[in-house]
Design a protein around this ligand. Structure first.
Ligand code: ADP
Ligand code: MG
Ligand code: MG
Length: 907
């Protein structure tokens, strides 16, 4: 005897386990125990712990010696509570065998129901219930589930496509239904079921080569063994590798007395959410089916009935709700709903079964939800006093904000038009786009920059790529659990399903409703929150204006200690970022003014400067360029007001700006008064083999000091002019691509000289600013103690730092990164998620060494990582003052920073 407790019982108002024993009992087992302890009606049963699984794996698929006796004892307890006996011919107990890891895991064995039905127990159960139809229905289900999950999958048999035993048996069942003209399983007669189970057993023998076990105990241990074996099944193992779940976790097995939803019209089964998982509405939400068992509701064999009024929709409104069909049971279920929410203080996803008017709970767990629902529930539960502010903040994942930032249809515009059709609101938000009818078109149109809405009768897995490419999805058929709805909800994408009144002609490429026809390419607007389809393009508004969202973000802001800035180079971006809550600019790229709208003139002058030869010629060109640069910096600083603005000196290699077209070159040659061939010669001289590591960043300033001088002057004059106008302004001058303190000193001397000149020009003592550097080369990070002697701030440029650390060229990564990810050589793309083991070490070293020299050194990050939640968490952990990211990611970074403070408190 090892003294280890391997089996935990539950039922009859108490349990050995608790909800916080998930590691040992798995999520399902721990919560069944918790419900039993709460006095909620749960069929009795017991859980074999995850330690049994570990033992089984480490001991050549055998069990601890005492396990059999422990199981017998637990079974006896269950029998006593339920008043039935496992394997007994006159009063048999049937059980389900359910797998249950810490969190539900694809690839694990599925549940087997009705275990214990065999020739010895069938007659007794028939006599006891007087319901042979029910008994044979239960038996045919047992054969279908057991032969599939225990005999075939558990036996490691890999059938040909479409030839799995379950599929073969399903086809036999369908044939019988079809030949009789039955719409549902519930119509099969006893005799038909009897004949079917005989044919099922023969088929099992024929396909799998062994007899279906006709012994209750053999079935039970077969089920238990299959669960433990499935922990090391191919799919489960590869899922663990991807998710980083350790093998040692193991799975538990739950053996639980069966209750039957298929005993007739006073029996039923259902699933429910304590609140609406799509919208967050605090209304009980669910589906049920009379005379059905197990997963019939989710399997979609019949359209499930609505639980109550709140759950009714276009598809199920004609079906009876549980609220009206069984009001007593519904009231009891509703009371349990309240009880569970109070107890778990979160939305629960529950399973229940009603056996001849008596309610039983079979599962509860924290329910999955859309981003909108997460936000609404958090704020509602806070208002209800169910949770506190910190908990409310943790209830929305930063990644879910993405979905909340989707636009909505402007309610004023929506009020003025009539909907073309109504469907089910499967994915939230609004979307406007051009109609396309195939997934391939959606991909192709999106590729050429069109915004499209994919319209299908219904979707299937082949459509996924098109669904991704589309801004919104609209289907004519399908319910809230259809493929389109599930996929769209997972992505937080706007989606309407089951818009039955729309006539969708996929071949003719038209949709028609109420006399209006839309062709391919016509604009359509979807309101995915309400399920409404409109012809034409309606105006959209920004969801972040939602006061609820802003309140929630204010809660997050009160918690976080790290500031969030944005990367912005234009007054427009800066304004947008401020709306999203940016507290400064972490990266203003000087070179932006030479790209895009309005850049023609400054770009031409920059080119002139680049193509100049000798300092005099270059200075002349710089003088012409200067007013543009100053104006540009001033405009953005003005928008930012009292918020700091980090301005990076010119960064890219100069050759990037040289025109390649004949006409551009000729114009330039004329302006410089040189010949075309002379210009070609000068351009040729700029050529580099490895420009990303070439003549760029601070190196330009070292070789052409007048280029840096012009920029210093532009920044300081712009700042001084703003101050003179009575406006606040805090520029931080950032030198890029540095690797040595001496580079910083070299440039600082220039900056000081220019500063003195500017002060003299405006008659002031000084123009307030900071002088610092980007840390993007490993040497700079490693010599940070030296760098910090000159630099007053650091901003980690982790894009380049990642490039330099891995030796991966960002621009050429497409050639090999996909293979690296596929083959799991790398778990994630290091340009997306900061690699804590390497780049992270450089960052931490840089901060520690820098602050050893200058304790108040201001530190931030700019680049893609600044808006990625796990990287933001890391930045918080190493003590950064702020992160900076693109405007749209600012709210995500704010929330991620709050979560980081909750998990890793920092003073
Ligand atoms: P999953 O993890 O896939 O949800 P479950 O173990 O919860 O698997 O079981 C699948 C279905 O069988 C669920 O609908 C569940 O409610 C039902 N079920 C499981 N055990 C029993 C039981 N003892 N009596 C009645 N129904 C059961
Ligand atoms: Mg399932
Ligand atoms: Mg379940």
């Amino acid at each position: 005897m090892s003294g280890t407790k391997y089996v935990y019982s539950f039922g009859g108002g108490s349990a050995d386990g608790r909800t916080d024993m998930k590691n040992l009992l798995g999520g399902k087992g721990a919560n069944l125990a918790e419900m039993a302890n709460l006095g909620i009606p749960v069929p009795a049963g017991f859980t074999l712990t995850t330690e049994v699984c570990t033992y089984y794996d480490n001991h050549g698929k055998s069990y601890p010696g005492e396990l059999e006796a422990d199981v017998d004892a637990a079974l006896a307890k269950t029998e006593k509570i339920m008043g039935t006996t496992f394997g007994d011919p006159s009063n048999p107990l049937l059980v389900s065998v359910r797998s249950g890891a810490r969190s539900s895991m694809p690839g694990m064995m599925e549940t087997v129901l009705n275990v214990g039905l065999c020739s010895a127990t069938i007659p007794g159960l028939v006599a006891k219930t007087g319901n042979p139809r029910f008994v044979y229905d239960a038996y045919r289900r047992l054969i279908m589930m057991y032969s599939d999950v225990v005999m075939e999958k558990g036996g490691g048999i890999e059938p040909a496509e479409g030839q799995g035993i379950r599929q073969q048996l399903d086809r036999m069942l369908d044939e019988v239904k079809k030949s009789r003209g039955y719409a549902s399983d519930a119509e099969l007669t006893v005799d038909e079921l009897k004949a079917l189970v005989d044919r099922f057993k023969a088929k099992v023998k024929e396909v799998l080569g062994t007899d279906f076990p006709d012994d209750a105990r053999e079935q039970l241990w077969g089920g238990i063994g299959a669960v433990f074996a499935s922990w090391n099944g191919r799919r489960a193992v590869s899922y663990r590798r991807i998710e980083g779940i350790p093998d040692e976790w193991g799975t538990a097995v739950n053996v639980q007395a069966m209750v039957f939803g298929n005993m007739g019209d006073t029996s039923a089964t259902g699933v429910a959410f304590t609140r609406n998982p799509a919208t967050g509405d605090s209304k009980f939400y669910g589906e049920w089916l009379p005379n059905a068992q197990g997963e019939d509701v989710v399997a979609g064999i019949r359209t499930p009935n609505p639980l109550n009024e709140a759950t009714k929709n276009e598809q199920n409104q004609h079906l009876p709700s549980l609220e009206t069909a069984m009001p007593e049971v519904y009231r009891e279920l509703h009371a349990i709903r309240d009880r569970l929410e109070q107890h778990y203080t979160d939305m629960q996803d529950i399973e229940f079964t009603i056996q001849e008017g008596r309610l039983w709970m079979l599962q509860t767990r924290t329910g999955k939800r859309t981003g909108t629902a997460a936000l609404n529930m958090a704020m509602d539960m806070l208002a209800e006093g169910l949770i506190d502010e910190r908990t409310a903040v943790t209830r929305v994942k930063p990644s879910q904000l993405d979905e909340l930032l989707h636009p909505l249809i402007d309610p004023a515009a929506e009020k003025q038009v009539k909907a073309l059709a109504k469907g089910l609101p499967a994915g939230p938000g609004g979307a406007v786009g051009k109609v396309v009818f195939t997934a391939a078109d959606a991909v192709a149109w999106a590729k050429r920059g069109e915004t499209v809405i994919l319209v299908r009768e219904e979707t299937n897995p082949e459509d996924v790529e098109g669904m991704r490419a589309a801004l919104g999805i609209l289907t004519g058929r399908g319910g809230m659990t259809s493929h389109a709805a599930l996929v769209a909800r997972g992505w937080g994408k706007c989606c309407i399903v089951g818009a039955g009144t729309l006539e969708i002609d996929v071949h003719g490429k038209t949709i028609t409703a109420g006399g209006i026809t839309l062709k391919e390419g016509d604009q359509v607007t979807l309101n995915g929150t309400r399920g409404l389809v409109y012809a034409g393009a309606l105006a959209m508004i920004d969801a972040t204006e939602n006061p609820r969202f802003q309140k929630f973000m204010a809660l997050a802001d009160a918690i976080r200690v790290m500031k969030v800035r944005t990367n912005a180079d234009t007054p427009d971006d800066a304004r947008q970022a401020i709306e999203f809550g940016a507290e400064g600019i972490g990266l203003f790229r000087t070179e932006h003014m030479f790209y895009g709208k309005g850049s023609e003139q400054p770009l031409f002058l920059l080119r002139k400067m680049i193509m100049s030869e000798g300092e005099a010629e270059r200075r002349a060109a710089l003088d012409e360029l200067f007013p543009f640069v100053k104006h540009d910096m001033k405009a953005t600083m003005e928008v930012m007001g009292s918020r700091p603005v980090t301005i990076r000196l010119l960064d890219p290699p100069l050759h990037e700006f040289v025109p390649n077209d004949r006409e551009g070159r000729k114009k330039l040659a004329d302006a410089l008064k040189i010949s075309a061939s002379e210009l070609d010669r000068r351009a040729e001289e700029l050529h580099e083999n490895n420009p990303m590591m070439g003549h760029r960043g601070v190196r330009l300033g070292v070789t052409f000091p007048e280029v840096s001088e012009m920029q210093f002057r532009a920044i300081l004059e712009a700042a001084q002019e703003l101050r003179k106008e009575g406006k606040a302004c805090f520029p931080e001058i950032m030198v890029p691509v540095t690797c040595a303190r001496s580079e910083l000193d070299d440039q600082l001397a220039l900056a000081r000289k220019v500063h003195a000149e500017v002060c003299q020009k405006y008659g002031v003592e000084k123009v307030e600013h900071m002088y610092g550097t980007m840390i993007e080369i490993p040497r700079a990070a490693l010599t940070a103690d030296e760098m910090a002697k000159t630099a007053e701030f650091f901003s980690f440029g982790t894009n380049d730092l990642t490039q330099m650390t891995f030796g991966f060229s960002r621009d050429d990564i497409g050639g090999f990164l996909p293979s690296y990810l596929d083959r799991k050589i790398l778990a994630v793309d290091p340009f997306q998620i900061l690699d804590r083991d390497s780049v992270g070490v450089l960052v931490k070293t840089g901060i520690d060494r820098g602050r050893a020299t200058r304790p108040k050194l201001k530190v931030g990050i700019c680049g893609e990582h600044g808006g990625e939640p796990s990287s933001v968490e890391f930045c918080h952990m190493v003590g950064m003052d702020y992160v900076s990211c693109s405007p749209f990611r600012v709210p995500i970074a704010r929330l991620a920073a709050a979560h980081a403070q909750i998990t890793h408190p920092r003073t």
